[in-house]
Design a protein around this ligand. Structure first.
Ligand SMILES: [Zn+2]
Length: 256
């Protein structure tokens, strides 16, 4: 069920989701108008990691109730490995899933077309975030994120999951090398998430795929909030790697 996106700032610098707000979870999904978020041209160096936010971004996200001095982030590698946020936050390694049971430690995922998932069990007070593109989908990042939250005491059936703005089936054309990987990992099921386009290509619905994978992992369908805002359809508002942007959106959430 979606209670919709709420815009903050003029122009909109970030969104919040009504579904997560109602649960009291501090969070923000930035737009291209949020200054101070490091681009793809400034990758995180594992040897000398620095939080990929400058002061302007920290101030804006601080306004969303996020203590950015404790932000946890990773060098994302399109995999399915998990890291627990270091005590007090900071660099968590080369992973695509971050989890915590510590209050007020923001977890950050960077995207520009890929899905960012927020997974929250309000009863157990456990939080996870995940970066899931087609490679992450093939490599099992979504069920791995549900398992990672469960390892900290979260229950799949109690999880509330949100999907940040990402590329929709309207704009996500892929070819045989991608569909072959999907078939290898997930069998024929992938065809339910694809519609034919040009010869040798399909329009892939990563939203439907990952919603199905979440449900298979035990998440209730009506606990998934996907505002279905396509990055490639909204160049004035969002960044899309496919559309040639090298800026990044960030999804950040912290336990209250
Ligand atoms: Zn689109």
């Amino acid at each position: 069920m979606s209670l919709g996106l709420k815009a903050h700032g003029e122009p909109t610098v970030y969104f919040t989701l009504g579904s997560l707000e109602r649960l009291g979870l501090p969070h923000a999904l930035t737009t291209r108008h949020c200054p101070g978020v490091a681009s793809f041209a400034e990758p995180i160096s594992p040897e000398a990691p620095r939080a990929p936010f400058r002061a302007e971004a920290a101030a804006i996200l601080g306004g969303a109730g996020l203590e950015m001095s404790r932000v946890t982030y990773a060098r994302q590698v399109h995999g399915a490995a998990t890291a627990r946020a270091p005590l007090g936050g900071g660099f968590a390694g080369l992973v695509d899933i971050l989890v915590t049971a510590e209050r007020h430690v923001p977890l950050a995922i960077f995207t520009a077309d890929c899905l960012a998932l927020v997974l929250y069990d309000p009863g157990a007070s456990v939080l996870g975030v995940a970066h899931v593109g087609w490679r992450g989908t093939v490599r099992g990042a979504t069920p791995a994120a549900v398992r990672a939250v469960a390892q900290l005491g979260g229950r799949a059936a109690a999880l509330r999951v949100a999907i940040a703005p990402s590329i929709g089936p309207c704009c996500y054309e892929v070819d045989e090398p991608v569909t072959a990987e999907l078939e290898r990992a997930l069998g024929e099921r992938w065809t339910a998430w694809a519609k034919p386009s040009r010869a040798g290509h399909v329009m892939l619905d990563l939203w439907a795929a990952n919603e199905a994978l979440l449900c298979e992992a035990g998440v209730a369908p009506d606990h998934i909030d996907n505002p279905r805002l396509c990055t490639a359809c909204h160049p004035e508002l969002l960044y899309s790697y496919r559309r040639g942007n090298r800026g990044r959106l960030v999804t950040v959430a912290a336990l209250p």
